[in-house]
Design a protein around this ligand. Structure first.
Ligand SMILES: [Zn+2]
Length: 251
């Protein structure tokens, strides 16, 4: 494994991560992503290039804006670091091949959705619509085996969530349904079901822990998107190992 390439993908991820912060926060508001991106959200101060270096700016400014001295959310550097690690990990796990681009697009979409869902409790339609054609093209270039597993995954993911929405009347929304349709294209049938299972497990366990620690109360709605994001990444990178362990060793 080439260490220089791992470092390169990590740095690339840091830069993309700081862009995904902006996209995730602006997409639900339907604001443009590229225009005047470099302002402090508190005082609208135009940021200089050295205030935009991922993670380092945050550390050197001790988490505060240089102009108005208001606190900057720790989520910004955290998302940057997370994206850096995910890009490097995609290269380590997948390697330089046709699937690599799919892996990068997949984690990119999930990081943006994580930001939006944490900030606004919604999964933005324009983000899903942006990634849909890219995912279809990637699965034509590098199809699953069998290729129709993508179609089965999209149908199963979307239909099961639709059923959950009908039965539960709330809890999950149309955004979750569309997201699962998209995940199905990339993951295929089995790993989409695995994602559903894992996201419910993570949601139940973490929900219980947060209730017990009194971080949340029973009536407070909790965004489900972050659980789906973690479950989908687990299914994508480790799904084969998990499924073969379950079906070969346990059954
Ligand atoms: Zn400021």
């Amino acid at each position: 494994m080439d260490n220089m390439l791992i470092l390169l993908f990590f740095l690339l991820g840091l830069i993309f991560g700081s862009f995904f912060n902006v996209v995730g926060l602006r997409a639900p508001l339907k604001q443009p992503f590229v225009n005047d991106r470099s302002i402090c959200p508190q005082c609208n101060h135009q940021l200089k290039w050295y205030e935009l270096i991922p993670i380092l700016s945050y550390i050197f400014q001790r988490g505060r804006c240089r102009h108005c001295h208001k606190k900057i959310s720790y989520l910004y550097p955290l998302i940057e670091l997370l994206t850096g690690l995910l890009f490097a990990f995609s290269y380590i796990k997948v390697g330089l091949n046709a699937e690599m681009m799919t892996a990068l697009l997949f984690v990119s979409m999930l990081v943006i959705i994580f930001v939006s869902d944490m900030a606004y409790m919604l999964i933005p339609n324009n983000i899903l619509l942006f990634f849909l054609p890219l995912f279809i093209v990637m699965r034509i270039i590098h199809p699953l085996d069998p290729w129709w597993s993508s179609i089965m995954g999209a149908l199963a993911g979307g239909m099961i969530i639709a059923l959950v929405i009908l039965v539960s009347r709330g809890g999950m929304g149309a955004g979750d349904m569309k997201l699962f349709g998209l995940l199905g294209i990339i993951l295929g049938f089995e790993k989409t079901l695995l994602t559903l299972f894992l996201s419910c497990m993570i949601g139940a366990v973490l929900g219980l822990v947060l209730l017990l620690l009194k971080v949340i109360n029973r009536k407070q709605p909790v965004p489900f998107g972050p659980y789906i994001v973690v479950a989908a990444m687990t299914a994508y990178f480790f799904g084969d190992a998990v499924l073969s362990w379950y079906f070969n060793d346990l059954m």
